[in-house]
Design a protein around this ligand. Structure first.
Ligand SMILES: [Zn+2]
Ligand SMILES: [Zn+2]
Length: 244
């Protein structure tokens, strides 16, 4: 399994970068997890947008879905230029009717509702879900193949069920929008300390901190997470690659 960070900012993208977007590949199948602002632009540093086989969305906040419309236009234009592309399957929950209905577009993209209580098979991946604690309905995902398991927290404040859900994952892609000592419960985000605690309790193989804040020194996030978690910890950055 190969994970490439396309974008990692919370809220809005810093210059020349993107908000949430993670390309997960195995056996030539390319799954894009979340499609935030500037993801389609950044994605082209690695693959063409038409090479994506499926997209899955955690929730419908702009920093996770902003470039869905951009991806629709990219496929529409490639079609005008003569490329024959199937409708791209985009998996999302249907608890936000407006968000979900915007996924299906002109035969170039097809929205498919996922059932968060069941496991979903997409290409070589088996995906299970956990509803997070966030102002909008949002789902964390556990994405597994025979080779590896990756848990993506999406947006959430810390809660204990995340520990079981993340248990022994090879990689925990953990949102870390806040620093030690802050309180993320009303905003629905986690601190560095909570990310470290989650990684420790769930005994994950590696910790990747993402959905990073637009303030403070990001290196502090690593040090604060490592006050509890002693495993390999990285800050997400554009083009960061993890493989197993
Ligand atoms: Zn977000
Ligand atoms: Zn959000």
């Amino acid at each position: 399994m190969k994970v490439t960070v396309i974008g990692f900012w919370g809220g809005y993208p810093a210059r020349n970068e993107a908000t949430s977007g993670y390309l997960i590949e195995e056996d030539g199948f390319r799954l894009l997890v979340d499609c935030g602002s500037s993801v389609v632009s950044q994605l082209q540093n690695y693959i063409n947008p038409e090479a994506i086989n499926a997209v899955i969305l955690s929730h419908y906040h702009h920093d996770h879905v902003c470039d869905i419309g951009t991806l629709q236009y990219a496929r529409l234009i490639k079609g005008y230029l003569g490329m024959e592309l199937p409708a791209l399957p985009v998996y999302g929950h249907a608890e936000d009717k407006n968000g979900f209905s915007s996924l299906t577009y002109k035969g170039v993209m097809k929205g498919i509702e996922y059932n968060p209580n069941a496991s979903l098979t997409v290409g070589p991946f088996t995906i299970t879900f956990l509803k997070t604690q966030h102002p909008a309905p949002c789902y964390a995902m556990r994405i597994e193949t025979e080779k590896a398991s990756v848990v993506y927290t999406a947006d959430t404040s810390y809660f204990d069920e995340m520990v079981h859900f993340s248990m022994k994952a090879d990689l925990l892609i953990c949102e870390c929008n806040l620093y030690k000592g802050m309180d993320g419960r009303s905003a629905g985000h986690m601190t560095s300390t909570e990310a470290g605690m989650l990684a420790t309790k769930a005994d994950v193989g590696e910790l990747l901190l993402t959905h990073l804040p637009h303030f403070g020194n990001h290196q502090d996030l690593i040090h604060q997470a490592n006050e509890t978690y002693t495993g390999t910890t990285q800050l997400a950055k554009s083009g960061y690659i993890w493989t197993k």
